[in-house]
Write a protein that binds this ligand. Structure first.
Ligand SMILES: [Fe+2]
Ligand SMILES: [Fe+2]
Length: 286
């Protein structure tokens, strides 16, 4: 049994490694077979990250984290303040060329704006990764980023590195190992406990203010087994099926909007001030 210390000593060195991995994995036109070639040898750092994620994301862990964070007791912050806070999360791999977290968010939202997406969607583009501030609250990286999946029922083979679930203690709970597990057939994804991470957290923060389409984009943007591979449809309902279209609309912006040009934060600020004021109060509970 590893201690908490060992667990935290081993995650990805950089949050962006996971994003780069996703981008490579879902390169446009890539076949399912090629996707499977992302193995331990090809990407040892990411494989290690998933080893920890799949081992420790149990029902008990998820319920505990939901209780801790979904009550939003981490204080009041404006969106800009939250973004500035996230910006203190420095990726030390290449400080001269890397974009800051705010610049990453703006690349996503600006790509949506260029394509004429609805204003609420541009807002989603900007806030979608603000939940990564969980890292600054001391959460390990395997509990903040990574593909998400339902807990409390059988794991899909479409979750990347499914073999790592062998080390997850929920494997020994028969109730969690059936197709439906603790859920009713087609109960709807809103009633499913997803592995804990930045997606669920930001969706809770934004829940009172944004339409369902936006909340689905936020809550399920890393649920690749569902939106990319069509897994878990036995848990989805009518609403999920309608919302999937929007989640899929969001995904390319998340994956492919990373360019090399730095957005001009100062020049863009007035547009975003207006956008935030249109949908959100000055300060939100985090
Ligand atoms: Fe994300
Ligand atoms: Fe993202």
């Amino acid at each position: 049994m590893s201690t908490q210390l060992e667990v935290e000593a081993q995650p990805l060195t950089h949050l962006e490694d996971w994003e780069d991995f996703l981008e490579g994995r879902y390169k446009e036109g890539k076949s399912e077979t090629e996707f499977r070639q992302y193995d331990e040898k090809a990407t040892p750092g990411v494989a290690n990250f998933y080893r920890l994620n799949h081992r420790y994301q149990t029902v008990e862990y998820v319920l505990g984290k939901e209780k801790e964070y979904f009550s939003l007791k981490k204080g009041m912050k404006s969106v800009w303040e939250a973004a500035e806070f996230l910006n203190t999360l420095v990726d030390d791999s290449d400080p001269d060329t890397d974009l800051t977290q705010i610049e990453h968010l703006l690349q996503t939202s600006e790509a949506m704006r260029r394509d004429g997406c609805p204003r609420w969607m541009v807002l989603v583009g900007f806030v979608h990764d603000l939940g990564k501030c969980l890292c600054l609250y001391g959460e390990p990286q395997w509990g903040v980023v990574g593909d998400t999946f339902p807990v409390g029922c059988a794991w899909s083979k479409d979750i990347v590195f499914p073999e790592y679930f062998d080390a997850n203690p929920d494997r020994l709970v028969p109730e969690y190992q059936t197709q439906y597990g603790i859920y009713e057939p087609n109960c709807g994804l809103e009633n499913v406990h997803m592995s804990f991470g930045h997606d669920g957290y930001i969706a809770e923060v934004m829940k009172p203010y944004l339409p369902d389409e936006a909340l689905y984009m936020l809550r399920f943007h890393s649920f690749y087994p569902w939106h990319r591979h069509g897994a878990y449809t036995h848990l989805t309902n009518e609403k999920d099926r309608a919302m999937l279209e929007w989640v899929n609309k969001f995904n390319p912006y998340d994956l492919y909007s990373k360019g090399h040009s730095k957005p001009d934060v100062k020049a863009l600020k007035p547009y975003y001030d207006d956008l935030f004021a249109e949908f959100l109060p000055e300060k939100l509970a985090w």
